[in-house]
Design a protein around this ligand. Sequence first.
Ligand code: ZN
Length: 181
Amino acid sequence: MDRQKAIKAVEDLLDALGADRNSEGLRDTPRRVADAYAELLSGENQTAEGHLLKTFTAASGEMVIERDIFFSSTCEHHLMPFFGTVAVAYIPDGKVAGISKLARTVEVFAKRLQIQERLTEQIAEEIMLRLAPKGVMVICEAEHTCMTCRGVKKFGSKTISYSVKGDFPEEKKREVFNLLK
Ligand code: ZN
């Protein structure tokens, strides 16, 4: 990110909004906003690859479910946050990921300009690519501030998206949905 350019852009935005940039509260706002976006979009130049390279051998092949992975991301349509939880269910084919690694993977994709559906897809694709499970299902449940803060929808309303890759039998899907209810 070009920090100086971002600071200038926020200054221009405040000017366009007719705000008094020299007031005490707004004086450092362009810098603060630029730094906040740098952090919110820190996944733009990262790959998730490293996080899923360290795997463990799983003999059983039973479904693994990691739930309540919290994330916050930035909606590319409004540059506003959307946040919630991701659940990852996969049926290993010899390899399982370390507990914290799935969360790190979610983080890399969340810290980008995103839409929820693409975020969900990218997590599923990455797990498919790196862990090579028999099948994976990713469920993402999120609240979009661009909807809930603008009066279109009520606070707390959630959008749910999911992505299934590989061979993930219907009864396993039902099992996952039941568990997440
Ligand atoms: Zn939005």
